[in-house]
Design a protein around this ligand. Sequence first.
Ligand code: NOJ
Length: 721
Amino acid sequence: MSPVCLRFKKLFDRSLCLLALLTAGVAAPALHAQDFRKQVIYQIITDRFFDGDRTNNNPPQSPGMYDPTKTNWQAYWGGDFAGIQDKLPYLKRMGITAIWISPSVDNINVPMTGPDGKPVPYLFAPYHGYINRDFMRVEEHFGSSRNDWKAFDSMTAAAHADGIRIVLDFSPNDSNLTFTAEHGNLYDNGKLLATYDHDPQGMFHHNGMLTNINDAYQLQYYNVFGLADLNQDNPTIDRYIKDSIHQFQDHGVDAVRLDAVRHITWGWSYSFANSVYSYKPSFIFGEWFMGGPQDPFYSDACKFANHSGMSLLDYPFAIAIRDVFANDKGFSEIQKMLDREDRNFAHPLDLVTFVDNHDIPRLLSVKDNRHRLDEAEALVLTARGIPVIYYGDEQYLHNDTDGGRDPYTRVWMSSYDTHTVGFRLVQRLAALRQSNDALAYGSMQMLQIEPDVFVFERRFANDVVLVAINKSEAASATIPALATSLPPGNYRDVLTGLMDGSRLRVRRGAGGQSETGPLALPPHSVSVWQSARSASGPEVGSIGPTIGQPGMQITIAGQHFGASQGSVLVGSAAAAVRSWTDETVTFTIPAVPPGQYSVRLRTAQGSESNPVPFTTIENRLIPVTFTVDNVPLLPGGSVYLTGNTVGTGQWKTDPSIAPGPFLCPHSPTCFLDISVPAGKALEFRVFLIARDGSLHSERGGKHAYAVPNSGTGSVTVDWQR
Ligand code: NOJ
């Protein structure tokens, strides 16, 4: 809450005050990179957003890939960093506080053609940014033909000045296509670094094309879409990728959307996240494309989100949302999904939620009904998780060719109307996220679930938001009185009737608890009611990151920390505080033994906050390949490792904690990449879990391995019979 709003909180509704500040141009609060729960992210396909600099459309080093007619959907259309900068006032007015931009590293300079010399179907020019050639430079179509940082820096500085963070899409799984154009070759700031066709140092994996997406080994070590799969365990590639992301952090990137995490060596990605957080405050979420709980790698995805230090895009929730709003399924689908995710994910509030993105048809291409899109967006903006709005959804843009599939989901941003219902909806709910902490940090309780009706409440400390959605095309719904945490009183719809919402009266019920009167919900309506009252003491709503070593900078956010500096305790150890405001505190992890801790904040007046969990690890993480020979593999069995570090499970054999399963493409040899603490005298054992759940341990003593202090490592042991 802005201090200005706090001062006037008796006179003004807090959300109106925030909205007023946003539009009056009062300086935005300082950016706190790690507290992403408070943000509304707007996903932009940089090439398709706005052409702010025509001089970079057909650059000399990569000519012929630009289509000014915008009819070749596989060509560049002219959008660039300058264009994003030009449109920041539009985004700021919508209340957007973070923009997710396309991968921005230098992409290949030659059009992609097949053996017949014709463009490869679905590929021609890398307008989307996923066909990398040089991770140390910026793409010329987005910046300038000098491949320099000028336009990028200018956009970033302008965004920050507007209180908007930069989320970079980053795609280190691969370089470019092996069979055409630049044949996978990789450059380091213009200098050839690696050649796919002649690779004596093993900078790439050479396993051919991914053919079986149900095979964990193929997923991580084969070429996705024919893109040359980088070997992140090669020390040169490991350093190069980490140097690249640090360079982007130096150029103002606040957060990372890590592309294709289920294809990047899973264990290596832990060290990537650790390296980003150790370098500068950040937030990372991965793209683990999956169908939902029935996905064969659902439990691997949960384990990854719970232990890697990075969150994930919430695909299961998005699929349920699309089923409900576009395919007319009932709201119980969403309830089941959220209940399940609450059980499976340690940090559900950090999951990054969305309705649409560039890889799936826009909802309007599936069901051409604007009300339904608005209702789905209202849900994403008020439910638990960090919401993403896909560019153009607020303008109802869609192209339904080929069912709206890629590339037709990447339309040209042809309209910037600030009066659409979609625009105003985001504007009001983004302002509410700033003024009422229930949206960012609160629990989510489902109060009424019917096929077409969904009523739920968010609550954090004394902040409450109640949301009622009726998605029926024609029928009104009457909901009986519901118990609520809203205090008795009369409530206006936060959306002021934008989506046919109504007023609400809350009274004290017979048992003394607040309850609503019966709710009449018109068809296609969304009502949002809220109450934000000062909590009596400090309340912590988020901690980021959730895992790290002594010395790492951590942010906690919430409310009522007080203006004067108090203290932060990690367990019982006092942490060095680096900055302190009423809502955000940064501190460094003290030298405590590794393990699980409760972090508490104590105000200068001595009031103590609620505890939040944090995991302390021993040291920076180094990726190490563990190979075990002669494993007595049982059919359907899986191999795991446990050891004397937090990341290796501290001798626990629970498969949701211990690293594994190992990959055994050349049985009886199995291997696994695990990120382990630099310099650690590691002790470990390997064990098997059979199909029936029984555990089979190695005999003999523990294995020992001295983890290197830098680079990458490898160790090979024999299964001890
Ligand atoms: C997932 C991205 O979202 C998609 O657009 C891209 O083509 C693939 N990863 C390959 O990098």
